[in-house]
Write a new protein. Structure first.
Length: 440
């Protein structure tokens, strides 16, 4: 079953299911990787095989077999290994960069790598690189490699790359000539082998390892640490007489769509209010590495209640995972405070003070007596485009004079820019509007 992850919680889910001990590889050109637990098929299938393992001191990598033009160790091949030493649940955050180094190909990586190792078979030259936060630069980590006939292996010092306890990693081979193939990618769904010039497209797949004894490298939890959904935001907030639910994904893999559930009790029963089968706006992009934003408006709500929402992702394989809950409190839309005890005779909206203002301003308004008793009152802020950016009051008020503050922030709690804004008081029967100026 696939999992849905939320970024603030680091859950690598790389589980030690099999008891093994550290395996030390002797770098001497003899392949002593365990083919049962440390051997991987690549994007070239079993034509080219990859190898990964570790012990307390080193990471070990290897390649064997052939690229499309012949033995993988012949002529001018280049082996690339990218490592992320501080893996995050959102793989494109943390130290490092997704901008791989340009060789004949310029890869966009599926995770933030902070180390790059390259080896050229033509002259046994090595390239050790580190991302310093701004650009790739030369590194000094210890390594030792051996190239044989159809087999190559290397060890990299764990201490010299920060002694990570967990890593993300990918590797591939490149035929370093015009028309040469990029191939032998690990994991085997990293990309589709190609010799077409231009950018190589990496899929959102990679390997992830907990570098401890007791974990086999090719355990199912290690072989593909891609996330069906990488969710970077999920929130709900009142707007007008409804609740707006928004979420943002950084990537999606084989996702059909989303379902929204609602409850009046955080720990109570949740009921589905919409899903991708009856609402086209909840259909996912399928598979994409692009940032995608979604929004749903829940109109079936009442003032004076707090609503809780869960988001459910549905994948092509039938699995699903829930996220949340998040809450929207419609009571919080009425922050108006009574300022006088006298009952006003007229409906009024005062000029905000101070005006112009820097960080916050106060607005005073009056609601006269009504035959209906209490009346629905909405006080909203609009920008020059006529877009509503904030609700200061949205509830039922009795007759009286009230004051409310605006902190200069929009629905998403983002600071509004310097400029002219309009605030509008609306009771259904009466509408008043004034202008104010914020100067930052």
């Amino acid at each position: 079953m696939r999992k849905l992850y939320f970024l603030p919680f680091l859950m690598l889910l790389i589980l030690p299911l099999f008891a093994t001990t550290y395996h030390t590889i002797v770098i001497d050109g003899s392949n002593d990787f365990d083919t049962a637990t440390e051997q991987f098929t690549t994007t070239s299938g079993s034509t080219a095989l990859g190898y990964i393992t570790w012990d307390a001191d080193y990471l070990y990598f290897g390649f064997s077999g052939s690229s499309p033009a012949g033995s993988i160790t012949d002529a001018n091949r280049v082996y690339h290994i990218y490592i992320d030493t501080d893996p995050q649940t959102n793989p494109k955050t943390g130290n490092g960069t997704t901008d791989g180094e340009t060789w004949r190909w310029d890869p966009a990586l599926p995770f933030n790598a902070d180390y790059h190792y390259a080896f050229k078979t033509v002259n046994n030259s090595i390239f050790k690189r580190y991302y310093n936060g701004s650009f790739w630069t030369d590194a000094t980590f210890g390594e030792f490699n051996w190239k044989g006939s159809g087999y190559w292996e290397v060890r990299i010092s764990r201490t010299d790359i920060g002694s990570p306890s967990q890593i993300y990693v990918l590797a591939y081979a490149e035929e370093d000539w015009d028309g040469g193939y990029i191939c032998a990618g690990m994991p085997d769904n990293l990309f589709i082998n190609t010799n077409v010039s231009g950018l190589i497209t990496f899929n959102d797949h990679w390997l992830g390892f907990t570098l401890t004894t007791g974990v086999t490298p090719n355990d199912a939890n290690n072989t593909d640490n891609s996330l069906p959904v990488t969710l970077s935001a999920f929130n709900a907030f009142p707007q007008n007489q409804s609740v707006i639910i928004k979420w943002t994904t950084q990537s999606e893999i084989d996702v059909l769509g989303y379902e929204i559930q609602r409850s009046l009790d955080k720990n109570g029963a949740y009921a589905t209010i919409a899903d991708y089968q009856n609402n086209s706006g909840l259909k996912a992009k399928g598979s994409t590495s692009a940032k995608t934003q979604y929004q749903f408006e829940d109109k079936d709500v009442l003032f004076g209640f707090t609503y809780w929402y869960k988001l459910i992702s549905h994948d092509l394989d039938g699995s699903q995972e829930e996220f949340g809950p998040v809450q929207a409190n419609l009571e919080n839309q009425n922050d108006a405070k009574p300022v006088v005890s006298n009952i006003p005779n007229t409906f009024s909206l005062e000029q905000n003070f101070p005006n112009p203002f820097n960080s916050s301003t106060e607005i005073v308004f009056s609601v006269p007596e009504s035959e209906k008793g209490s009346v629905p009152v909405e006080l909203s802020v609009f920008n020059l485009k006529g877009q509503k950016i904030a609700n200061l009051v949205n509830g039922v008020l009795s007759a009286g004079t009230y004051r409310v503050n605006w902190n200069g922030r929009d629905f998403n709690e983002n600071q509004a820019p310097t400029g002219i804004y309009f605030y509008k008081l609306n009771t259904g029967d009466n509408i008043l509007t004034r202008k104010m100026l914020m100067v930052k």
